[in-house]
Ligand binder design. Structure first.
Ligand code: NAD
Length: 424
C-alpha cells in the first residue's frame, strides 16, 4: 500500500493538524497544483464575534462565537454549531474543512462550514441559551442564508436551538425562511429520519465494509463508544441487522455483556436517567476507555475526537473501525492501523448520513413538500452505499487506505470544480 510520509505533527490532539496531515497526503497522490492546494488548505472566511448576553441574575456575560466557512465552491456551505467550553478556532477550522470533504464524498451540492460558541450549556438556563442563540444568529446575519451558509446542530445543540435560529433569522427577513437551517423540529419543517440519520449511515457503512471483509453480520461482535445520538442509533440499527453489540460506553463507563446488550432497553434506561448509562445493570461496567481495546470484530467510535491515538492504537483488536464521530483517530495512529491491516470506514464517509438527510431537509423546505420517512431512508441508504463503493474502488485503484481514498475522492471533486470555475 502506498504510504506517503505526512507533514510532521506537532500536536497529536490538534484536529486541524490531523485534517491537514491527511489532506497533504491525498493532495500529493492526486498531484494537485500548488495553487489549488493553497486555496483548499485555507478557509474562505473565518468570523469571530463577541456576544453579550443578559444572564438570569441580571449580569451581562460576553461569549465568544465562531463561524468558519472552509469552502463554498460546490454550493452553499453547510455545517453544525457546537456549544462547548473547549470550542476554539483551530477546532472549528478542522471541522469546517471536514464538512467540505464530507459533502464532496457523498456528492451533495454543498461546501463546508462549522460554527461554535465557547460556553457550557449544561450550566445555563433555557432562557440564557435562547438569548445566546439569538445573539449569535444576529451576529451572523450576513453569513447565514439558504443559498449562502446553512447551519445545523452539533455537540451541545439540537432541534430547540435550530428553532430559535430559524425564528430569529426569519424575523430579520420579514418572512418565514425555514431552509436557512436544518435539524429543526418536525413541525418547523424538520425531516423525518434526520434524528437517526447519522447512526443509520454508520450502519450502512458497517455492513458494506463487512461485505468486503467477508464478515458475516450474524456472527460478528461490535463495540460502540458514545451512547448519544450517533452511537445509540448506530448500535440499535446494527443490532437489528443481526450484529451482536457486546459493549457500549459513555462518559460514565464501558458496559459489557458477552451475550449482547439489549440496545432498545439501554436507550430507554438512558432516556429515563438524564441521558446517562450510569447505573445500567444488565452489563458489567468496566470503566474508562476499555471499550476501544475489547476483542470484537467491529469498533464504532461515536463519541468525540482523538480517542484512538499513538498511545492506544497498538492495543486495538477490532478488524474494522467505523468512525461515527468526527476525527476519532489521530493522524499518528493511521500508520499503525495500516500496519495491523485494520479497515477504517473514515469519518468523512461513515458519518455523512447526517448531512445527507440535512440536505434532504433543505430540499423539502425549498420544495414546500414533505417526504415520507421511507423515501428519506431509501435515498440516504443509496447515497451512503454508493459513496462507500466509490471510496472502496478508489482505495483499490490507488492502493491506499479507505481514509486517504475518501480524501482523494473529495479533494479531486473540489479541485476539479475550482479548475472549471477559475477566477483567481
Ligand atoms: P451526543 O452529545 O449526542 O453524544 C455523545 C456521547 O458520547 C454521549 O453519550 C457522551 O457521554 C459520550 N462521550 C463523550 N466523550 C466520551 C468519551 N471520552 N468516552 C466515552 N464516551 C464519551 O453527540 P452526537 O451527536 O452523538 O455526536 C457524537 C460524535 O459524532 C461527535 O464527534 C459529532 O461531531 C459526530 N457527528 C454527529 C452527527 C450528528 O448528526 N449528531 C453527524 C456527524 C458527526
Amino acid at each position: 500500500m502506498a504510504y506517503i510520509e505526512p507533514a510532521p505533527i506537532k500536536d497529536e490532539q490538534n484536529p486541524f493538524e490531523a485534517m491537514m496531515s491527511r489532506f497533504h497526503i491525498a493532495s500529493q497522490i492526486l498531484g494537485i497544483d500548488d495553487e489549488v492546494y493553497n486555496v483548499l488548505k485555507t478557509p474562505v472566511k473565518q468570523v469571530i464575534v463577541s456576544l453579550p448576553v443578559t444572564m438570569d441574575d441580571g449580569s451581562i456575560k460576553v461569549f465568544e462565537g465562531f463561524r468558519v466557512i472552509h469552502s463554498n465552491i460546490l454550493g452553499p456551505s453547510k455545517g453544525g454549531i457546537r456549544f462547548d467550553q473547549g470550542v476554539n478556532l483551530d477546532e472549528v477550522k478542522a471541522l469546517a474543512a471536514w464538512m467540505t470533504w464530507k459533502c464532496a464524498v457523498v456528492d451533495i451540492p454543498y461546501g463546508g462550514a462549522k460554527g461554535g460558541i465557547k460556553c457550557n450549556p449544561r450550566e445555563m438556563s433555557s432562557g440564557e441559551i435562547e438569548r445566546l442563540m439569538r445573539a449569535y444568529t444576529l451576529a451572523m446575519i450576513e453569513i447565514f442564508g439558504p443559498d449562502r451558509d446553512i447551519p445545523a446542530p452539533d455537540m451541545g445543540t439540537g432541534p430547540r436551538e435550530m428553532a430559535w435560529l430559524m425564528d430569529e433569522y426569519s424575523r430579520t427577513q420579514g418572512m418565514t425562511i425555514n431552509s436557512v437551517v436544518t435539524g429543526k423540529p418536525l413541525v418547523l419543517g424538520g425531516s423525518l429520519g434526520r434524528t437517526e440519520a447519522t447512526g443509520r449511515g454508520v450502519m450502512v457503512s458497517t455492513l458494506a465494509a463487512m461485505e468486503k471483509l467477508k464478515i458475516n453480520p450474524y456472527k460478528a461482535t461490535c463495540a460502540v463508544q458514545g451512547f448519544g445520538n450517533v452511537g445509540s442509533y448506530a448500535a440499535l440499527l446494527l443490532e437489528e441487522r443481526g450484529v451482536k453489540v457486546v459493549a457500549v460506553s459513555d462518559l460514565s463507563g464501558t458496559y459489557y455483556n458477552e451475550n449482547g446488550i439489549d440496545i432498545q432497553e439501554a436507550i430507554d434506561f438512558r432516556n429515563d436517567n438524564n441521558g446517562s448509562l450510569e447505573g445500567y445493570e444488565n452489563a458489567e461496567n468496566m470503566g474508562g476507555d476499555e471499550i476501544l481495546t475489547l476483542d470484537v470484530d467491529v469498533l464504532v467510535p461515536a463519541a468525540t475526537e482523538d480517542v484512538i491515538t499513538s498511545h492506544n492504537v497498538d492495543k486495538i483488536k477490532a478488524r474494522l473501525i467505523v468512525e461515527g464521530a468526527n476525527g476519532p483517530t489521530s493522524a499518528k495512529a493511521d500508520a499503525v492501523i495500516a500496519e495491523k491491516g485494520i479497515m477504517v470506514a473514515p469519518d468523512i464517509l461513515a458519518n455523512a448520513g447526517g448531512v445527507t438527510v440535512s440536505y434532504f431537509e433543505w430540499v423539502q423546505n425549498r420544495l414546500g413538500y414533505k417526504w415520507t420517512g421511507e423515501r428519506v431512508n431509501r435515498r440516504s441508504d443509496r447515497i451512503m452505499k454508493d459513496a462507500f463503493d466509490n471510496v472502496y474502488k478508489t482505495s483499490q485503484e490507488y492502493n491506499v487506505s479507505m481514509r486517504i481514498a475518501a480524501y482523494i475522492v473529495a479533494i479531486d471533486k473540489v479541485a476539479r470544480t475550482y479548475k472549471y470555475r477559475g477566477g483567481f
